[in-house]
Design a protein around this ligand. Structure first.
Ligand code: ADP
Length: 368
């Protein structure tokens, strides 16, 4: 039964366009009503395929799609009460802001009086009053985005789907429009599903980030969780901000284990309840770049409760509020520390310096 709500469930969904390869496979996902959900992943991983299947522009090869508890497979977008906002906004260039927004209601045959009332209310909601009679070409990129949103929202969809809505904008406008999308979503109070390949965009906007890779979901969780507790190496590396170390578990005692890698000697790692660690097992761990402190070897040593690897500085980049220090240490990839600016300049490091990269044992995160 439909509840009229915009909660979405995909169960066992797969889609093949050609009958042999799968664009997405094994998709199980629940998105709560009123959530801002971002589908995030590299080009070709299947984000738009999922979006189009929820919208009603494609149907799955197998699996169920429920909106508000109702199976919507086979229904068109109007019956599903979904609306899509495209990257280019696709506004009608010869129609005013007002007529662009009214368009879907006219097509549906709504009487002029009722239509005008709804359009006026929407124009006010998106703060376009003074621009109502302008043509799209006479608006800024941000105002055009608001018209596109208003035009999609006027049909009172349960779910608004946005396909790379910010990718055509320059960096400055993108950040401004990002805040505006977030505000609009709160005002409208409906479920937004937003496709992006930009990590920071997803993290800044989403209540729920769905990280995808090659047609599958790797992790679906609130933004702070995918950032701070990525499920596996792929998510950690794709989201960024982490150092990933691979090694073999040595000793395991009650609260700590040791891990040794090809390019670092044994470090201490935490034992967490949810994971059984055994000596000899391979393991990946992630350590946040902003959890690393850099010390000179031969100083006070590694503090109690911390662990360290040693390396050489191979790069220093000033970033304003922090300094990015790149080390040759730990693994194949460079090991990176984000050192607060003031802390860095207390004893500035130079390329070639030997350092200990130190972190609290409990701050390391075990990857699947
Ligand atoms: P993304 O949005 O993450 O870039 P897509 O969902 O567009 O990914 O594409 C996923 C895979 O499905 C890709 O391999 C792509 O080439 C393929 N694909 C997408 N749309 C079609 C289509 N209409 N016909 C055939 N293959 C398609």
């Amino acid at each position: 039964m439909s509840t009229g709500k915009g909660d979405i469930e995909l169960a066992g969904v797969a889609k093949s366009y050609d009958g042999s390869t799968y664009a997405v496979d094994g998709i199980n996902l629940k998105i709560p009503d009123g959530a801002y959900c971002c589908l995030l992943g590299p080009s070709g991983c299947g984000k738009s395929t999922i979006l189009r299947m929820i919208a009603g522009h494609e149907d799955p090869t197998v699996g169920e799609i429920l909106i508000g508890g109702e199976d919507v497979v086979g229904l068109d977008p109007v019956e599903r009460r979904t609306a899509m906002m495209f990257q280019s906004y696709a506004l009608f260039p010869h129609l005013s802001v007002r007529d662009n927004i009214a368009f879907a209601l006219r097509v549906r045959g709504m009487a002029k009086g009722a239509r005008d009332d709804k359009v006026d209310a929407m124009i006010e909601k998106v703060q376009l009053g003074e621009f109502a009679n302008r043509l799209p070409a006479q608006l800024s990129g941000g105002q055009q985005q608001r018209v596109a949103l208003a035009r999609a929202a006027i049909t009172e969809p349960r779910v608004l789907l946005l396909d790379e809505p910010l990718s055509a904008l320059d960096e400055h406008l993108r950040i401004k429009m990002r805040a505006e999308l977030s505000r609009m979503q709160r005002d409208l109070g409906i479920t937004f599903i937003h496709v992006t390949h930009t990590q920071m965009e997803a993290i800044a906007l989403a209540d729920m980030v769905v990280v995808m890779d090659k047609g599958q979901i790797r992790q679906a969780a609130p933004a702070p969780e995918v950032y701070a507790r990525p499920r596996d190496r792929y998510v950690a590396e794709f989201i960024g901000g982490q150092n990933v170390l691979s090694g073999t578990i040595g000793q395991v005692n009650g609260v700590r284990a040791t891990l040794a890698g090809a390019r670092f000697s044994a470090i201490n790692i935490p034992i967490v309840q949810s994971r059984r660690l055994e000596s000899g097992q391979m393991l990946d761990i992630a350590v946040r770049r902003d959890d690393i402190d850099l010390l000179r070897p031969g100083g006070a040593g590694v503090p109690e409760g911390s662990t360290a690897i040693e390396g050489s500085v191979i790069g220093v980049e000033y970033q304003g509020n922090f300094v990015k220090v790149m080390l040759e240490a730990g693994g194949e990839d460079e090991f990176v520390a984000y050192v607060p600016e003031r802390r860095f300049f207390e004893d500035a490091l130079s390329i070639g310096d030997r350092v200990l990269a130190v972190w609290q044992i409990d701050h390391a995160h075990l990857l699947a």
